[in-house]
Design a protein around this ligand. Structure first.
Ligand code: BJ8
Length: 388
């Protein structure tokens, strides 16, 4: 049974696309961002609304390919295509853009995008050793602060920033409380519904309303679990990881859920990656932001042991039986890391990983379905062997 509150999240992005104009008409400022590395608390502390711009749709890619090479990651092409074609209301109404030097494709694309809007591109130290890179990253956070202050003629005070950090932490805790409901078996929330809530969070324009709805959803799902009694098992419990899989790009999740399997949660940036860790509240807020956003377990950092540790932890906590690693074509970092992740899961957790390399088109749906079906069959055989 699906929670009725999900109807709010079904419409969230479409409604925000309309309401963003109203917000601008009321004099609000908007800052677009692309990545989970973005310290968005700074944007809110500057009195502006942060909105996600990372795009996961096929439609604007043709426009992007007028400028960008065809054999580039579809996420980069889709994001650039939306900006260049003027078809994304969130980009259109953004007063400024915050971005980071994560992968090579993104940072070179941002050089072109910088001609369209005022933009700050933070230089991400791609070593995961925080102590070594701390000074540089803190300088970059300070540069982002100055950029926002100049753009909007405001001062970001420590008090305001600390206040926003607390609010964002509460929101992260609430979202993780929702995700944790899927520790139950069968999981009460479909992976595609969790995606709608977590991905939708980047597009919400009214935080109080959004968090109230997440709270309502949690209570409704708890009630559903309480009254449902014994129900049929829905099959193996799958964790999805890899590159971001946004709303509109649920094809792999739909294929998994369409078979005898459950998508329990996504570790990717379209899932829990940005919410699972809080910003420390007891230390200097700038240092706290630097620590939190330096520790994002993205394949652009090297080595990226923290991603393996996080997935290992989730496998145990959520009783995961198989991992599907969705990697976008031409994303070298995630594609290469997939091999090491597979080895890690096999050796340390005795569970298999299926890598699905894809793009935003529908042309590979049948081929992916065949591979997912074979993977699920293997998982079902494994679980039968264990139960004998
Ligand atoms: S923190 S995952 S949102 S960089 S898929 S554009 S890496 S070639 S999206 Fe990402 Fe930030 Fe990391 Fe998350 Fe490049 Fe790969 Fe494309 Fe990617």
């Amino acid at each position: 049974m699906r929670a009725k509150t999900m109807e709010y999240f079904d419409q969230l992005i479409a409604n925000s696309a309309i309401k963003i104009k109203e917000a601008k008409d009321e004099g609000k400022k908007v800052v677009g961002y692309y990545c989970v590395f973005s310290p968005i608390e700074l944007i809110e502390a500057a009195g502006a609304i942060p909105v996600g711009l990372c795009a996961t749709k096929q439609d604007p890619i043709a426009e992007a390919e007028k400028v960008l090479p065809r054999n580039l990651c579809p996420l980069i092409k889709s994001s650039y295509g939306f900006a260049a074609s003027g078809k994304c209301p969130f980009f259109h109404f953004a007063d400024a853009i915050m971005a980071e030097t994560t992968c090579d494709g993104k940072k070179k694309m941002y050089e072109l995008m910088a001609k369209m809007k005022p933009m700050v591109v933070l230089d991400i130290p791609n070593s995961s050793n925080f102590a070594k890179r701390k000074e540089h990253w803190m300088d970059e956070i300070a540069r982002a602060k100055s950029f926002l202050e100049e753009q909007f003629g405001v001062e970001i005070t420590e008090e305001k920033l600390s206040e926003v950090i607390k609010v964002y932490n509460e929101e992260r805790k609430l979202l993780m409380e929702l995700v944790a409901l899927n520790k139950t078996n069968p999981a009460p929330i479909a992976g595609t519904d969790l995606l709608k809530v977590l991905w939708g969070r980047s597009f919400q324009l009214n935080r109080e309303e959004f968090t109230a709805k997440v709270g309502e959803l949690i209570e409704e799902v708890k009630d559903i679990v309480a009254i449902r009694g014994e129900i049929e098992d829905k099959g193996p419990r799958i964790l999805v990881t890899g590159t971001p899989t946004g709303v509109g790009q649920e094809k792999v999740l739909n294929i998994i859920q369409g078979g005898p399997a459950q998508v329990i949660l996504q570790e990717a940036c379209s899932g829990i990656k940005g919410f699972v860790d809080l910003v420390e509240e007891e230390i200097d807020p700038y240092e706290a932001l630097a620590k939190k956003y330096m520790d994002i377990p993205c394949s652009c950092t090297s080595p990226n042991q923290s991603r393996f540790d996080l997935i290992g932890r989730l496998v145990k906590e959520y009783n995961i039986q198989g991992v599907v690693d969705v990697t976008l074509q031409a994303c070298h970092t995630y594609n290469i890391e997939s091999y090491s992740l597979k080895e890690y899961l096999r050796n340390e957790h005795k569970i298999p990983l299926l890598q699905v390399e894809t793009d935003y088109s529908e042309s590979d749906v049948q081929q992916i379905k065949l591979r997912v079906d074979a993977f699920l069959e293997l998982l079902n055989e494994n679980s039968l062997c264990h139960s004998r």
